[in-house]
Design a binder for this molecule. Structure first.
Ligand code: MG
Length: 389
């Protein structure tokens, strides 16, 4: 791929997931004008990783599961792509002095290490791994401030807020309003959700995403995690964050300023737009996303969330207010609960109940270290494994 000297060298962590693949589409569309793929990583989907590496010819390909390293080395022999493995490989690729930007598209707590390494080295981070901020928001933001590493959110709501914040000064912000599609079970009652199957929960009305985030969207845990993410990312007071249900997923979030004016960002639901915004930031470039078609009637609806049917949302607000170790506990408990739900071990409504039980048991610490958070993460997973209805 042709590449100008000024092209930003981009590393994509989690390149075989839905956001990772979309990031590669954005880089491919740019055709080397501004962006060049410098490295990619995947965990177990090694065949797809090797295929991506053959297509883009990056400097590095990292297979984080060492069990598959040999296969990737064989696949890429003679290609000029250097194959690294394990977490050390991720750190080396991310911290390579030639790396300019790192898109962190790994799902779950597994994304923390690579994000941390990128911030430590002062790289611009296009942050698609919300769990990093849910777990360790204050520590992550302090590290970014210390090294001067910019964090540009890729989560569509946070990208919208980031863009809308440019309309005023920080002291002029009254509140931010995160929009939620309401997920596939909007309008249902609790009684109606007792027998929900993983297949039903995996059928999202507006967004096509991986299984973990799709289940999180059905429980509204995704919005709960995003509330926590927003607090740390934008350094907001707990009372400044609200959630509104907006089924069309066209308005991606809003910022209200002190004078009552509200600035929103609108676009069709397509992750490539916020990814492109972050990778090109501060430039805006023509890209793959289409605009909104206003030649046809377009209705936009807003309604308050149903907190009784979706109690996960309240957990997010609680954890956001508490800070400390609470986010790491909720995040880890939820990851383990989603895994158990997908395996058929617990029911849909148990996800929030089990998370609540683990949160209530945990020994809260307001100022944990990173190691303390990792220990809390492991503890919460074990507790959730043991949880019984
Ligand atoms: Mg989102």
């Amino acid at each position: 791929m042709a590449s100008g000297d000024s092209a930003q060298r981009v590393v994509v962590l989690g390149s075989t997931g839905s956001v990772g693949r979309a990031a590669l589409d954005v880089i491919e569309h740019d055709a080397g004008a501004r962006l060049r793929l410098w490295g990619l990583s995947a965990h177990s989907r090694w065949r797809e990783l090797a295929e991506q590496a053959r297509r883009f010819r990056p400097r590095y390909a990292v297979v984080s599961d060492p069990a598959h390293a040999g296969q990737v080395v064989d696949e890429l022999r003679g290609s000029g792509v250097e194959v690294l493995c394990g977490e050390d490989g991720v750190v080396r690729m991310v911290q390579d002095p030639a790396t300019d930007r790192v898109c962190t598209a790994i799902v779950g707590a597994a994304g923390l290490k690579g994000t941390w390494a990128a911030l430590e080295a002062g790289k611009l981070v296009a942050l698609a791994n919300k769990e990093t901020l849910v777990m360790a928001g204050p520590l992550v933001m302090a590290l970014a401030r210390a090294t001067g590493a910019p964090i540009i959110p890729v989560d569509s709501e946070h990208s919208a807020i980031f863009q809308a914040l440019k309309a005023g000064e920080r002291g002029e912000v009254k509140r931010v309003i995160l929009t939620s599609s309401g997920g596939p079970f909007r309008g249902r009652s609790r009684a109606n959700l007792v027998d929900v199957t993983p297949e039903q929960a995996l059928n999202h009305p507006t967004w096509r995403m991986g299984p973990k985030i799709t289940i999180d969207s059905a429980t509204l845990m995704n919005k709960a995690l995003e509330v926590v993410e927003a607090r740390w990312l934008f350094d907001l007071e707990p009372g400044q964050i609200e959630v509104v249900v907006h089924p069309e997923s066209i308005v991606h979030s809003m910022v209200e300023f002190v004078d009552g004016g509200m600035i929103a960002q609108l676009s069709p639901p397509d992750m490539r737009l916020p990814i492109q915004y972050a990778l090109h930031y501060p430039e805006r470039r023509p890209g793959l996303g289409r605009g909104i078609d206003l030649t046809r009637a377009l209705g936009l609806g807003f309604e308050p969330p149903d907190r009784e049917t979706f109690p996960a949302l309240e957990l997010g607000f609680e954890v956001m207010r508490a800070g400390g170790t609470a986010g790491a506990v909720l995040n880890a408990a939820n990851e383990a609960a989603v895994t158990r739900f997908l395996k058929g071990e617990i029911r849909f409504l148990d996800i929030a109940r089990a998370c609540r039980a683990v949160l209530d048991q945990h020994a809260f610490d307001l100022r944990p270290t990173l190691d303390g958070l990792l220990a809390v993460d492991a503890w919460a997973r074990r507790e959730l494994e043991k949880w019984n209805t």
